[in-house]
Design a protein around this ligand. Structure first.
Ligand SMILES: Cc1cc2nc3c(=O)[nH]c(=O)nc-3n(C[C@H](O)[C@H](O)[C@H](O)COP(=O)(O)OP(=O)(O)OC[C@H]3O[C@@H](n4cnc5c(N)ncnc54)[C@H](O)[C@@H]3O)c2cc1C
Length: 254
């Protein structure tokens, strides 16, 4: 199904909650719906941007174009061999629900990314990260619709050129060339945690550590540390951690 609305205030579609209007706000449930939308005469004439939960975006003025929003949901296991499990999730799935689903299914690899706002689709654009883990560590493939060549494409993790909160999707011409429809992740059945980072290291002495314990701990720390965007408009950090050569790090640490 496709839902199209006109002259929509984006305040409730972004975590900043700041008013800015778009000419068209269109939601789609499937890849076919997305293609149908993009082929419609009214969308062919205007600039397009696809948003998720709007937790890393600020519209500084009205947008004279179409804002698209994925409602492609669903999480499925596509391969289950030995310790490795490949999982495919729709771009509209809430990221934290996906992390919760993985914990429920005893799948390791994304628990450190608990409580990050946003969607599965954006995780592959932004290369989200926290507590020593980044989306690129678990992404296997990214499925996207190419708005230039008008066809579906599947990118390997290498082709996504991931860097620190960066990917090739952020550097395309035109800027919004690819719309992510599904992301495939490589998760693990092997009980292994990455708890060397910051406050998580406190958990090292817990001999009964579980996915749920790590997830709950991170959720509590984040809830204490970060503003609740439903109360105070926010888009998370405004800066990236500086990356410095080891020699400079050692000098600063002295
Ligand atoms: C309180 C708070 C804490 C946060 N903490 C973290 C953190 O710890 N680590 C971290 O990495 N980030 C963090 N963020 C930032 C944010 O959660 C991530 O950037 C998240 O991935 C944004 O997801 P979204 O669905 O809201 O994307 P949006 O904000 O809607 O979009 C972000 C960008 O991705 C593009 N995009 C979205 N979906 C698609 C799609 N399907 N196809 C193509 N392009 C798309 C948009 O056009 C836009 O350029 C935080 C944000 C907040 C508000």
């Amino acid at each position: 199904m496709i839902d199209v609305q006109y002259n929509v205030d984006l305040a409730r579609h972004t975590t900043f909650g700041i008013s800015a209007k778009c000419d068209i706000f269109a939601e789609y449930d499937t890849v076919d719906d997305l293609v149908q939308l993009l082929c419609s005469p009214e969308l062919q004439k205007v600039p397009i941007i696809n948003i998720g939960e709007g937790s890393n975006i600020l519209f500084v003025s009205d947008f004279n174009g179409a804002v698209l929003h994925s409602r492609i949901y669903g999480i499925e296991i596509i391969s289950d061999k030995g310790d490795e499990v490949l999982v495919r999730a729709g771009s509209g799935v809430c990221w934290d629900s996906f992390v919760g689903w993985a914990a429920e299914n005893s799948l390791y690899g994304i628990e450190n990314l608990s409580s990050i706002p946003g969607t599965v689709g954006a995780s592959a654009i932004q290369n989200i990260g926290a507590y020593g883990v980044e989306a690129k560590d678990v992404i296997f493939k990214v499925e996207a619709y190419d708005t230039v060549e008008h066809k579906n494409k599947v990118f390997s993790v290498e082709e996504c050129l991931y860097g620190y909160r960066d990917s090739m999707f952020k550097h395309t011409q035109p800027h919004e060339r690819y719309i992510v429809t599904h992301v495939q992740y490589r998760l693990s059945r092997k009980k292994q945690f990455n708890i060397s980072y910051g406050a998580l290291s406190k958990m090292a002495s817990d001999i009964d550590l579980t996915l749920h314990k790590v997830r709950d701990f991170i959720t509590q720390v984040r809830n204490k540390k970060l503003p609740d965007p439903t109360k105070n408009g926010s888009a998370g950090s405004f800066f990236k951690n500086p990356v410095v050569p080891t020699a400079i790090f050692n000098k600063l640490a002295d």
